[in-house]
Every structure is written in C-alpha cells, then in structure tokens.
Design a protein around this ligand. Sequence first.
Ligand code: PMP
Length: 429
Amino acid sequence: MQTSQSLFSRAKIHIPGGVNSPVRAFKAVGGTPPFITKADGPYIFDADNKRYIDYVQSWGPMVLGHNHPSIRQAVIDSAENGLSFGAPTELEVQMAEKVSELVPSMEMLRMVNSGTEATMSAIRLARGFTNRDKILKFEGCYHGHADALLVKAGSGALTFGVPSSPGIPADFAKHTLTMEYNNLESVDQAFAEYPEDIACIIVEPVAGNMNCIPPVDGFLQGLRDLCDQYGAVLIFDEVMTGFRVALGGAQQKYAIKPDLTCLGKVIGGGMPVGAFGGRTEIMEMLAPLGPVYQAGTLSGNPVAMAAGLASLEQIQQQGLYQKLTKNTATLAEGFKALAQKHGIPMSVNYAGSMFGLFFTDIEKVTNYQQAINCNTEQFNLFYHGMLEHGVYMAPASYEAGFMSAAHTDEVIQQTLDIADKVLANVAQA
Ligand code: PMP
C-alpha cells in the first residue's frame, strides 16, 4: 500500500474524514489525497516521494512559491526570540504600517488568526457601527465558517436566508440576505425592501470559491453606490484576492474603495494569519477604543508577523505582478486552446494570479448557477489525469487555481504539455 493511502486510513481513525479542512479529503473528485511532506518553489512532494507542480499554493498565500528563503529565515530568526508573548510588539506596528501603505483604504487594522475570524469580526463591527442587523452576501461567495455567513438563499429572491449547515439556528440565518453574484438589480431590490436594516454588503471582489469569477463591469461600483445611498458598510473580503490579483488587492485593480477589508493567508506568508481594517471612524468602534468587542490571545503573533512582513517585502519587487498576471493568462489560455484542439467545451476566467477552468460551453461564466452546472465528470477525469502526471490542482471544480512567482515559463509549458495528453484522454472517454 502507498504511504499516502496508509496515512489516510490512519488519519480517518481520529480525525473526521481524515482531514482538518473538508476540501482536502478529495470528496468531490474521489480517491486518496496525497499526504504532503515538503514543498519548494512551484512544487510539493508527497509521502510517496512524488513531485507535483502545485497550483493550489496552500489555497493562495504562497504568492512567491513555497518555502521562500527570506520568509523561512525570518521565521527562524523570530522563533529564536520566543514564540508568543500576549503583549504588544514592534512587529505588529510594522505590519499595520505596511498593510496600510499597500492597501490605503485600511487606515486602521487589527490582526486575527484566520480569514474566518476576519470576516466574522468585520461583520460584527459593521453591525455595531450602523446599529443594523441584516447583512447581504452573494451566492457562491465563501467568507469562512461563522454562523451568519454559512447561509444560502431562501426559495424566493428576497426571502430570509436559510442555514447551509446543521448547527446554525434559523434565527441566526434570518438576518443574512443572499443575492446573485454580478447581479446588481437583485441588490437594488434588497435595499428597496430593507432600506434601513442592511448593515453591510460583504463580497469577494473576485469570487474564488465558485471557481474563479471576476466582477462584471460596473458590479463593484454599483455596490459602492448602493452602500453610499443607504448608509451601509461595504466590506471587501480580500482573503483570497489581497496581494494576489494586484499588489493592492482587487480594490486597486478595480479602483473601488471599500469601507472595510478582510485579509488572510497572504499576509502570513503561510502562517495562520488574517486581518480586518478600514476607515478610522469605523475601526475606532472596536474595543478598547469603542464598544464592539473583539480579541485574540495569539493575534499578531510575532513569528507570523515576521513571516508576513518578509512576504510583503518580497512581493513589492518591481514587475512581480505583471509577470504573475502574464503567466496566469498564458496558462489559462493555454488550457483553453488545448481543450479546443481536443473538441472539449471549456471556458476560462482569470484575474491577476487566480484562474479557473470551466468544462462548459458557456462563453463567460459570471455566476454560481453557471459555475455549478459545468461538466464535473470531465473535470474529475481531467483532475485525476493531471494528478497522475504530477500536476496538483484544487480538488474540486468549484475552486480557483493559483499561480506563484516560482512557476517559470518552463514549468508552465510542462503543465500544458501534460494537459495536452490528459485532455486527449478526456475527449476519448
Ligand atoms: N474568505 C475567503 C474569500 C476565503 O477564500 C476564505 C478561505 N478560503 C475565507 C474567507 C476563510 O478563511 P480561513 O479559511 O482562513 O478561515
């Protein structure tokens, strides 16, 4: 038996599903997930010593590729001074200054330990600031697993939300309105129905949890305008897009200024970190300055701050984002051209260094219903073919892919050569 297989069997005894986050279990695509032992640049290596070109990149944070020497050294240096103090440090000040410099809408910010904490706290703050209860989110966007955010649309467009997981009281979900992504009209209607009740809109400015779906022209600006008109707080969840679709995140790429921003992943350089921040007037509502409570024993952890700062330092290199964007386009368009060559309908989306492949004949996928109606059978065949040949992609058709600065032209070409073979097989299946 292979090592990953035996580890997976052992894992399932004491860990639900054998994993500490559900998507890792390969439920959508079937089979055994490779257990990873190490990673370097564009590659990850599994317990059977197989090397893969990695387009998951820890679900986004490794913009520079895995195990970057400066980040590794920053972690080692910081760890020599102790792992956690539960008291303020200069590193936290440097981090706040750096994030604020790179994402100017974040005039003040607070560090947390995950994206889930960032969005949960930002929502509480928006509610506290506006003194309103309802929140508006979009179908197919994921904002972590806080109760109010694990909510799907009710049966009619403007019905109360219903929990998307057991364990969430219907009463918690009823304040969450879920609208269609890229459909401004539905948001307009929600505000018309509840002009004084909606505390905030939370949105992934490029959706990365229903594969990759960029905003259509005018969508983000429309959200900004509606928030201004009705006095609601606009929250950009840039946990995935922050420092990824552009140095200043999606808000820089699309030139829209949100009131609050949630960050995660990238600012930890691979360590468990998140942050939320925005307009001073709103952030001053937070304890200890104001009445909205939020806290964290390990928040602003020195080792995580050191890793994050080293990462942010490196991604400021001249030309890095142009290169990432160009390479992502080459890869995504390359996949599409190969699919065409083999007569397989495929549509691709990409923004900055995020990309998504859709096995569909829809020319441009713009919302959740289109994304989930793609050919999952073809995707799964493609997925396992790529994996077998040493390319590790997100193990579900509704997840985005990520390019890193360590993926060279050669690595990208190797990926496309493998895809050529795999798509030929998919076409024959
Ligand atoms: N928001 C977005 C946009 C995300 O993609 C994720 C995680 N993939 C989260 C929030 C939650 O972050 P975490 O898993 O760190 O809690």
